[in-house]
Design a protein. Structure first.
Length: 511
């Protein structure tokens, strides 16, 4: 009797704590996502202040991307072995310390070191955050709401970073784009420490797969750096080609090792599942399209339209509104009623229609009649697709593999971002050069030549956006054909901590 009486408040506390925990997990995710774009706006000021050369400027972005992308799988497995809550709090404290170091940087080396440290601790933090959601929210309706919020932040955080970065750079100082992370991290770490109750029985007790860690880290670093270098040095550069060849060999070796070792870093069952494989692939493709677009719209608004950094940030608000609406009002409400592919496929196609509108951009295009509806559609589509994708990527995974499955989501996003920036930038640059070459001869005066250059720039952006439209259509096709999970089982609840068998044809939430 007394035992029963005591167990009821515990269950109630766990239920309420789960939603409190979501607040701190969402705050940490927002910090990581906005950090990817907030520094972009501050970069010119930091470059001038610290005397960073044009050639080395890209390393402020690249150092973070390489450490983050390269260490994600390792970070995900650490969360499984060490405990997700402990990994999450450690990642937050480390990220705050690295941000303080970056904000206080007195030299180029200090800033680059701080960015690499941010990436390394981000690689601990991001998979731990998503895997905590995966193991804490197992009831279908609760899971839909939680992942709706998480999906909105994962998708819209980059645009929030543009607004915040613009404000901080324009009205304070570039250093505040680093310092702003500290209160975020402290609040999230303190809240997580006191509130998060990680379910028992989900720890992975296997030894760490060291060969897998080395091969995956080197392979992913080579891949991300290869695409980053292709953007600046060209696709035919010998080092770029060498990096791509190295990444193929290293990642192929990684897959071979994982198929042979007893306790693999990434159990192949995580990625060979039809639904999870479809999610990783379609999500990665969608991020390729989206990252490129963020870049082109920022350039278009600031260089062609003459917007200030703050005004540029606010111009992205319709996209954020669309993402939040798509994720929390459409995706979360329908996820327990319709199969995931009927949200992901139409979501990617809606985003493609938004991108299709942006192919009509010209120098004098109206924000209200062209950019505003395009960004709303883009946000609405991406938000609707991201939400079930995030949930499905960790659905049916054994609790002991939740961290590394979550890391794969982040990896597909990170690699997709690197590819998107490099690939679409190359397309845009090539189209711009070709346009200017064909039209510059007919421009007699200097103002006419400047006009041709601006027209060439816009032509380059629209050419690249056509590619992005095609990529989103392919992502929708993959979602429709590979993702065949049915409507989640609403009656299933968490309890024992036992994982769902991967062989089930339709993943259900059952623990």
């Amino acid at each position: 009797m007394s035992q029963t009486a005591r167990s009821v408040p515990d269950a109630t506390d766990a239920h309420s704590n789960r939603w409190k925990a979501l607040t701190f997990i969402a705050l940490a995710q927002l910090m990581v996502v906005l950090d990817a774009t907030i520094v972009n706006i501050a970069l010119p000021s930091a470059q001038q202040d610290l005397g960073i050369s044009d050639g080395n400027r890209q390393w402020v972005i690249t150092a973070y991307a390489l450490a983050f992308g390269g260490l994600l799988l390792f970070g995900g497995r650490i969360a499984d072995i060490w405990g997700r809550k402990r990994t999450f709090v450690t990642g937050l404290i480390g990220f705050a310390a690295a941000s303080a170091l970056g904000g206080a940087a007195q030299s180029e080396a200090m800033l680059l070191g701080a960015r690499a440290l941010q990436g390394a601790f981000g690689a601990l933090l991001a998979p731990a955050a998503l895997s905590l959601l995966a193991v804490m929210f197992t009831d279908a309706k609760e899971r839909a709401k939680a992942f709706g919020i998480y999906g909105a932040i994962a998708g819209g955080g980059g645009a929030v970073g543009l607004i915040l970065g613009g404000f901080l750079t324009e009205y304070l100082d570039w250093r505040w784009t680093f310092f702003v992370n500290i209160p975020f991290a402290i609040v999230a770490a303190a809240g997580a420490y006191f509130v998060i109750r990680e379910p028992a029985g989900g720890r992975n007790r296997s030894p760490l797969d060291i060969p897998g860690v080395v091969l995956s880290t080197l392979g992913l670093v080579s891949l991300v750096y290869g695409f980053t270098r292709a953007e600046s040095e060209g696709w035919s550069d010998s080092t770029t080609i060498g990096l791509f060849v190295a990444s193929v060999l290293l990642l192929a070796s990684f897959v071979f090792v994982e198929s042979k070792v007893k306790a693999p870093l990434l159990p192949l069952r995580v990625i060979t599942d039809r639904n999870r494989g479809g999610v990783y692939l379609s999500l990665g493709l969608a991020i390729i399209a989206m990252f490129g677009l963020f870049l082109f719209l920022t350039y278009y608004l600031q260089i062609v339209k003459g917007y200030s950094p703050v005004k540029t940030g606010f111009a992205f608000l319709p996209m954020i509104v669309g993402m939040i609406t798509g994720s929390t009002q459409i995706g979360a409400r329908l996820m327990t009623r319709v199969p995931a592919r009927l949200l992901m496929g139409p979501g990617f196609l809606t985003a493609a229609v938004g991108m299709l509108l942006l192919t009509q951009m010209e120098i004098g295009s109206s924000y209200a009649t062209l950019l505003l509806p395009a960004m709303l559609l883009l946000g609405l589509g991406m938000g609707t697709a991201f939400m079930p994708a995030m949930s499905l990527a960790t659905l049916g995974v054994e609790p002991r593999d939740a961290g590394v499955a979550s890391a794969m989501v982040n990896t597909s996003q990170q690699v997709g971002g690197a590819i998107g920036t490099a690939l679409l930038n190359t397309v845009a640059a090539s189209a711009t050069t070709s346009y200017i070459k064909d039209h510059i001869a007919s421009a007699a005066s200097k103002p006419q030549q400047q006009l041709v250059q601006l027209e060439g720039m816009v032509h380059g952006y629209t050419s690249a956006i056509w590619f992005a439209v095609g990529i989103l259509v392919v992502a929708a096709g993959i979602a429709f054909t590979l993702v065949n999970a049915g409507r989640p089982d609403i009656t299933a609840v968490s309890g024992s901590g036992e994982g769902v068998e991967d062989e089930l044809p339709v993943p259900v939430i059952a623990h």
